[in-house]
Design a protein around this ligand. Structure first.
Ligand code: FES
Ligand code: FE2
Length: 415
């Protein structure tokens, strides 16, 4: 019984019309939010941060999601370990600050001491038959790909090898592991995480809400006018010829009903070298690149991951559901390691496009949330350009309806 959805949630899933939005309860109900945490966020791979946040042995950062606190800590060997921030004595949180450096992790309650790999190294006044080896911190699955840290809180995580391969394949030339933060902003968006995900996975809204984005990205305008579509098609064909000549990667990885990620290489706009105001470079070339290729490489991944790189900077976004009607968005712009602010780049210029675009998205997501919270909201039909939203929503409903694998007992008793 514990693994079955409440009947009313099953009914909502069954009565959803394909091609239409979700019912109001999916965006506001605390019980559905708990289900989302258990069956989506505790089950799938999540983007937790970049290795530059924990460069040296003992450096740690916390990532808090779904009521869990995960310690990401650099070990003596340089590996990134992910540990549940739950003492094996009486369960206290161990690390209390968002970032820090510690040779050993000492529980603030009764001072049990753990190593960076989670093993218990000291516990005072324990009985003679107490075996420290039995009381290491629980580990969380972690994979570091191109400097990007992914975690999965499930006991048995979904496959990640193909995702890791595709990220390395498409993002490898940027050498994201050798980048440093140039700018960071955090927003708390007053909207359910699915409102945010739906918004970030479609561009139907772009021409009305993102003038800056449409001034930079050729495809932003291609969506709404025939002449824009023709211009864009001609531009892409030209860029692909140049790409073939220069040996730049084109194309991408399409999402399917059995995968959770997609990658695209998208040319920006005629004459634009990077995603900046006017298209001029804003930072030194990244990684192994020897020229500005005028394109952006982006990965989108369920449930809510969106990372991109241009020739001279990357934009790493981390989305974290906080409550049924709140989602945190942290945007971090990365530039080449060693680049100096004021000399090699201006953080304002590097961050301009996605800084203003995210501010606009925050507003439209919050308007959307307030609307769907109304008793008079009726799910409407998707446009032909919203196939990605239908795909996301269909995946989401399949996931929450699927009880297995379901590794942990529910904290809230929601199921
Ligand atoms: S709860 Fe951590 S040492 Fe007691
Ligand atoms: Fe947007």
């Amino acid at each position: 019984m514990a693994n079955e959805l409440p009947v009313w949630v099953q009914t909502l899933i069954e009565r959803r019309r394909p091609g239409y939005g979700l019912d109001r309860a999916f965006y506001i109900d605390p019980a559905i939010f708990e289900i989302d945490m258990e069956r989506i966020f505790m089950r799938h791979w999540l983007y937790a941060g970049h290795v530059s946040s924990i460069p040296n042995a003992g450096d740690y950062m916390l990532y808090e999601i779904g009521g869990e606190s995960i310690i990401l800590i650099r070990s003596e060997t340089g590996a990134v370990n992910a540990l549940f921030n739950v003492c094996r004595h009486r369960g206290s949180r161990i690390c209390l600050t968002e970032r820090g450096t510690a040779r050993r992790l000492v529980c603030p309650y009764h001072a049990w001491v753990y190593a960076a790999d989670g093993s218990l190294v000291q516990a005072r006044h324990m009985p003679e038959d107490f075996n420290r080896a039995d009381y290491g911190l629980q580990t969380c699955h972690v994979r570091v790909v191109e400097g990007l840290i992914f975690i999965c809180c499930a006991e048995t995580p979904p496959p990640f090898d193909t995702i890791a391969h595709d990220i390395a394949d498409y993002f490898g030339p940027y050498e994201l592991a050798r980048t440093q933060p140039a700018h960071r902003v955090r927003h708390v968006i007053a909207a359910n995480w699915k409102i945010v995900a739906e918004n970030f996975f479609e561009c139907y809204h772009c021409s009305h809400t993102h003038p800056e984005f449409c001034s930079v990205m050729s495809y932003g305008r291609a969506l709404d006018t025939r002449s824009g579509a023709r211009d864009h098609a001609a531009f892409v064909a030209e860029w692909e010829q140049i790409a073939a000549r220069e040996g730049w990667r084109t194309g991408g990885v399409a999402i399917t009903d059995s995968t959770v990620h997609q990658i695209q290489r998208t040319p920006i706009r005629r004459g634009y070298l990077t995603q900046s105001e006017g298209g001029a470079p804003v930072a030194p070339l990244l990684g192994r690149l020897t020229a500005y290729d005028g394109a952006v490489t982006a990965i989108q991944m369920y449930p809510l991951i969106w990372l991109l790189a241009c020739s001279d900077h990357a934009m790493l976004s981390r989305f974290t559901p906080l409550s049924p009607q709140e989602t945190e968005l942290e945007l971090t712009w990365m530039v080449r390691e060693g680049a100096v602010a004021g000399r090699d780049y201006d953080p304002e210029r590097v961050s301009w496009l996605w800084r203003v675009t995210a501010e606009e998205d925050k507003i439209i997501c919050e308007n959307n949330q307030r609307g769907v919270a109304s008793r008079r909201y009726i799910p409407g039909p998707y446009a032909t350009t919203e196939g990605s939203v239908e795909h996301l929503v269909a995946w989401y409903l399949r996931e929450i309806a699927d009880p297995a694998p379901f590794p942990y007992p529910l904290a809230s008793g929601a199921l």
